[in-house]
Write a protein that binds this ligand. Structure first.
Ligand SMILES: Nc1nc2c(c(=O)[nH]1)N[C@H]1C(S)=C(S)[C@@H](COP(=O)(O)OP(=O)(O)OC[C@H]3O[C@@H](n4cnc5c(=O)[nH]c(N)nc54)[C@H](O)[C@@H]3O)O[C@H]1N2
Ligand SMILES: Nc1nc2c(c(=O)[nH]1)N[C@H]1C(S)=C(S)[C@@H](COP(=O)(O)OP(=O)(O)OC[C@H]3O[C@@H](n4cnc5c(=O)[nH]c(N)nc54)[C@H](O)[C@@H]3O)O[C@H]1N2
Ligand SMILES: [Mo]
Length: 671
């Protein structure tokens, strides 16, 4: 991102035209980053709560007083019988930079002996799924897509969540490749594709098994690739024999003929590119679904060629030296709390986490009061009068409203950082381009000062931000060869030291224990799971919960609105106007029997909670599925609620991830 400065003020942000992947454009939200940075509501001073919890009433205080208050409370808790594990950090994707996201903060909480947070809310199910099949969360290079002869956008809303991929997809299409979307919604992306395959949510593993059934039955396989580079073909064949197209049609709602056609096209392609993303894995069997899809290119040998293979992420190629940056060695043995069970951790101290109650919560880079599942439970927890809550933020979010102390944090324009990517292979250095707005400070500096204030006098708390970046790069191993701090200062971004074309598994080289693509996984067996790809129905489905499915027959998907980045940017007027208001897209055949007219108010509800939305009656969603573009802030909605009032704290099969879209609801007219 290039920032234009006039008289010390940022006036414009733009993509870097020289960047091979982002090619000079920014997404719809980040285009508004200047507006966001200088927004009138930007937090510029530390604040102390003045009214009742949750009322959002605060008075400005000095940094000295704010850090003094926090240090006193955290020290008191750490020295009490509950001990430091009663303190819980809570952070995620506000910035995904290494310095402001996972460096000084980690060192601080490790030295303090605080509870650890299992950061599962986004990607863990799929990440573990990829590890089980190919060994690491890496995959085909998107820059090869123009050479692909079939592109499957499978459970990803590319034009919204990954727009920089789109030019590569268009180039493949220009050269003749059909573009297919597999998604319960005819998303903005699916509308632009050559074909939309409206699958029943949470059944992708079954579709992949059905495709494999046809591939094996019709010998659309790469015999040599299977022999040389895969493990367990016999057991996979036995498994997929159980998934003929007719049965898969019953599970997925995709007609058998369409499954056969898809499989034949996939099998006959030379280099099909499958872009899966994280939306796909937010279901009970989400980890296994990713693992299963990831088997496909090993059957057809597409990994051999540019444009062929699967990509969930490229993140594991960014081998920054996290151990040196985060210093896990500084932590005593402590409990770990899963971030998606925040509601439970705050309200039911005995519910599985063990140890002392959570008495202090330090939130940064996250807005759990909007984004965490089972929002009613989260809000009940944040409302506890005895809970001491500190929030580091740019804005007075739903979460900040519940804070005892709010600290103003800097934005990307104001601090140093180092970024990995999850769809390409370029490292980015973020250099500050303006001075901090108001009295804002970088997260890293806030934790340094807090440590000092609490008497945590350890050399690890003295490294400055540029030192942290150097540490991450220096110990970074082969992929970071030549990627140095000085080179990045000069150039801004650099390609990882990976070959071009990047064909990670053209000749095997899988990072699994066997070194092969593991159709059979001993590691899964050790976890007590099926070692062979399989289909697990959603928790909330007729298969697993028939009584529930009768009361709540619709599956709610609450994936991000085009204008929002999870809950970031919701307070930017132009973007929020673009998203209009909380909406629910519902199929005409689901709307009619419920008496729901286009544009009418509806209540979306289940046993966990409810929220209001305006109905959009469209056939852009499959029958039986509804879509609530998300993630709204409660304070911008008519009822103060959002879709996470209905989502559950249950975990995926792998990686303990969230099941946001494994969520049955009923919809009724509001009046
Ligand atoms: N504009 C914008 N961009 C973003 C984000 C954002 O909030 N806004 N978030 C960023 C982050 S943190 C992430 S993790 C990524 C996520 O990016 P994506 O992985 O694209 O995630 P989603 O938009 O959640 O879901 C993508 C699509 O999956 C579909 N889907 C849901 N369930 C299923 C299913 O069972 N099967 C199939 N086949 N499809 C299903 C949804 O209908 C949706 O259209 O995007 C990143 N980019
Ligand atoms: N229903 C539903 N729920 C979802 C999702 C969904 O699609 N549907 N998406 C899920 C996914 S994929 C993810 S990744 C999570 C994301 O959930 P979060 O990690 O909570 O991400 P955001 O909602 O973007 O909120 C991040 C906050 O960090 C702040 N921030 C940004 N930069 C900085 C900084 O440098 N310092 C500090 N102190 N603060 C900063 C921003 O102002 C923002 O308020 O949400 C999940 N929740
Ligand atoms: Mo995410």
């Amino acid at each position: 991102m290039l920032v234009t400065i006039e008289n010390g003020r940022a006036v414009r942000v733009a993509g870097d035209p020289a960047h091979p992947f982002t090619q000079g454009f920014l997404c719809a939200k980040v285009n508004r980053y200047v507006e966001r940075t200088y927004h009138a509501d930007r937090l510029t001073q530390p604040l102390r709560r003045a009214g009742a919890k949750g009322r959002g009433e605060f008075v400005p205080i000095s940094w000295d007083d704010a850090l003094g208050d926090i240090a006193a409370r955290l020290t008191e808790i750490a020295r009490s019988v509950d001990g430091p594990q009663a303190i819980l950090p809570y952070s995620y994707a506000g910035t995904m930079g290494l310095v402001q996201g996972s460096s000084m903060d980690r060192r601080f909480f490790h030295l303090l002996g605080a509870s650890k947070l299992d950061r599962t809310i986004c990607s863990m199910a799929g990440t573990v799924g990829m590890r089980m099949t190919v060994g690491a969360n890496i995959g085909a290079d998107a820059e090869g897509i123009p050479e692909s002869d079939l592109v499957l956008l499978w459970g990803t809303n590319t034009l919204t969540s990954n727009p920089h991929l789109w030019p590569f997809v268009l180039e493949a299409r220009r050269r003749g490749a059909p573009i297919l979307a597999i998604d319960p919604l005819r998303s903005r992306t699916a509308q632009q594709c050559d074909e939309w395959i409206p699958i029943r949510p949470g059944t992708d593993a079954a579709l992949a098994l059905g495709i494999m059934h046809v591939l094996f039955a019709e010998s659309l396989v790469d015999r040599r690739y299977l022999d040389d580079y895969t493990l367990g073909e016999d057991r996979l064949r036995a498994r997929v024999a159980e998934y003929p197209p007719e049965r898969v049609a019953g599970i997925t709602g995709v007609p058998a003929a369409q499954i056969v056609d898809l499989a034949q096209r996939y099998g006959r392609a030379r280099a099909a590119f499958i872009r899966i993303n994280y939306g796909l894995q937010r279901h009970a069997g989400g980890g296994m679904a990713v693992r299963t899809i990831a088997c496909l290119p090993a059957i057809t040998g597409h990994w051999r060629r540019p444009g062929g293979g699967v990509q969930l992420s490229t993140s594991a190629n960014f081998t920054f030296d996290k151990a040196t940056v985060e210093r896990p060695d500084l932590s005593p043995p402590v409990r770990t709390i899963n971030m998606i069970r925040l509601g439970e951790a705050l309200t039911q101290p005995d519910a599985g986490v063990g140890g002392p109650p959570v008495r202090a919560l330090v939130v940064y880079n996250s807005n759990p009061a909007a984004v965490a599942p089972d929002r009613s439970a989260v809000l009940r927890g944040l409302a506890r009068p005895d809970l001491f809550t500190v929030v580091l933020e740019h804005f007075q979010t739903d979460t900040a409203d519940w804070a005892d102390i709010v600290l103003p944090a800097t934005t990307q324009l104001e601090h140093w950082d180092l970024h990995l990517a999850y769809g390409h292979h370029y490292v980015t250095l973020n250099q500050p381009s303006i001075a901090p707005v108001g009295d804002a400070k970088p997260n890293s500096e806030i934790f340094r000062r807090l440590a000092q204030r609490m008497g945590i006098d350890h050399p690890a708390m003295r490294d400055d931000d540029c030192t942290l970046i150097r540490q991450a790069l220096e110990g970074g191993g082969r992929n970071l060869h030549g990627v140095t701090f000085d080179a990045l200062v000069e150039r801004g971004w650099m390609r990882l030291a990976v070959p071009r074309p990047y064909l990670p598994f053209a000749e095997g080289g899988f990072q699994t224990p066997s070194g092969k693509c593991e159709f059979v996984s001993e590691r899964l067996e050790a976890l007590g799971l099926d070692p062979v790809p399989t289909y697990t129905p959603p928790y909330e489905s007729t298969e697993r919960a028939p009584e529930l499915a009768q009361r709540f027959p619709l599956t709610l998907i609450s994936s991000p609105a085009h204008q929002f980045l999870n809950s970031t940017f919701v307070n930017i007027d132009a973007l929020r106007r673009g998203a209009r208001e909380p909406e629910l897209v519902i199929h005409p055949d689901d709307a009619a029997p419920r008496g729901i007219a286009p544009g009418s108010r509806v209540v979306v509800h289940n046993d966990r909670g409810e929220f209001l939305a305006t109905a959009r009656v469209e056939d852009n969603v499959r029958h039986g599925t509804v879509w609530a573009p998300s993630v709204w802030w409660g304070k911008f909605t008519a009822d103060g609620r959002n879709a996470n009032h209905t989502t559950s704290q249950r975990e995926t099969d792998l990686g303990h991830g969230p099941v946001f879209y494994d969520n049955l609801v009923e919809v009724t007219p509001a009046d």
